[in-house]
Design a protein around this ligand. Structure first.
Ligand code: DON
Length: 310
């Protein structure tokens, strides 16, 4: 006799969240990076990984997309462990900018980017990673991100070439930090490592596993490997709470109440400390660069399952 199918109630709940947001087709895929304008706008997926390493998922959780800015908190965490909080904070602040992710947003007195979640701050974090060349710095970033995800991750070379060819605004931001004395390497080294970092190819399940690694306090719950220190996990989640959704961060903290980070590839990673990580994927973005249906999914989950931390 065939075993009775056991329904996973969490999966059923995730499926109902997908059904709720599926009709929302507003927003546009990112087009300022030409290769991103070509992605399929329709995939929709959500994954949840618990601190015990149990995976629940619904929808398109194996579709690959580029990690983009969702990489930023994880590289910040790696920099914290490599250099310590004091040295990292000599180079970057931890205050919300209230400005778009690609704004200049440098502190007048110190020349530090306001936080590591905006492009200027993230490029400085990439520049601080170990190594002298872009390849060495990217290698340290890539190894770290793979440990967060618990598997090998490819780089989308077409997106990387597209970003490298069109990323002059990011180079300009890097030059401003260089002249202010906060960039840790030559501009082209930092931006090349950063463009490759943003072009790492992931799934919604990877983003959930990465967030779950912050939720445990730094141990990947699937591989059981300690990826970062407990302090780095806490500090990173704190900065995601205040700065992770750019100039939508205040609204996000009020409505959703979870540390989170979005990317223009359509992904969002969200953390419920001590409980689980969530990864969402849907490529159409709102005017601030956050996934329309990703934000809607996390708003729905926060309300329905009372996930708000405050
Ligand atoms: O540097 C950029 O503009 C992109 N590689 C990443 C920006 C991003 O993902 C902003 N997030 N919503």
């Amino acid at each position: 006799m065939a075993a009775a199918e056991v329904r996973d109630p969490v999966r059923s709940a995730l499926e109902s969240v997908l059904d709720e947001v599926r009709p929302r087709t507003g927003g546009e895929v990112a087009s300022y990076i030409p290769e991103l304008a070509r992605v399929d706008p329709d995939p929709l997926g959500v994954a949840l990984v618990s601190v015990r390493g149990v995976v629940h998922e619904a929808g398109d959780t194996e579709t690959h997309f580029t990690i983009q800015s969702v990489s930023k908190p994880f590289v910040f965490a790696l920099a914290l462990d490599a250099l310590g909080l004091d040295e990292v904070m000599r180079h970057v602040g931890i205050e919300p900018s209230g400005e778009p992710f690609n704004a200049i947003s440098l502190e007048l007195a110190t020349g530090r980017p306001l936080n590591p979640m905006i492009n200027a701050g993230a490029i400085v974090m990439s520049s601080l990673m170990p190594g002298d060349t872009a390849d060495e710095k990217f290698d340290a970033i890539h190894r770290g991100i793979q440990r967060f995800a618990g598997r090998e991750l490819a780089v989308d070379e077409a997106v990387f070439s597209s970003e490298h060819a069109t990323g002059d605004r990011n180079r300009a931001l890097a030059y401003l930090t260089l002249s202010a004395g906060t960039l840790g390497s030559p501009v082209e080294v930092a931006t090349t490592a950063y463009f490759r970092q943003c072009s790492i190819s992931v799934t919604a399940r990877d983003l959930a596993t990465m967030a779950a690694t912050l939720a445990t306090g730094g141990v990947n719950p699937i591989t059981r490997e300690r990826v970062i220190s407990e302090d780095a996990a806490r500090w990173t989640s704190a900065v995601m709470s205040s700065c992770g959704m750019y100039d939508e961060s205040g609204d996000w903290l009020l409505r959703v109440g979870l540390p989170a980070k979005s990317g223009v590839g359509g992904g969002i990673s969200a953390v419920l400390p001590g409980q689980f990580g969530i990864g969402t994927f849907s490529p159409r973005l709102d005017a601030k660069g956050n996934s329309v249906r990703g934000v809607a999914m996390l708003e729905a989950m926060s309300a329905r399952f009372e996930l708000h931390l405050l």
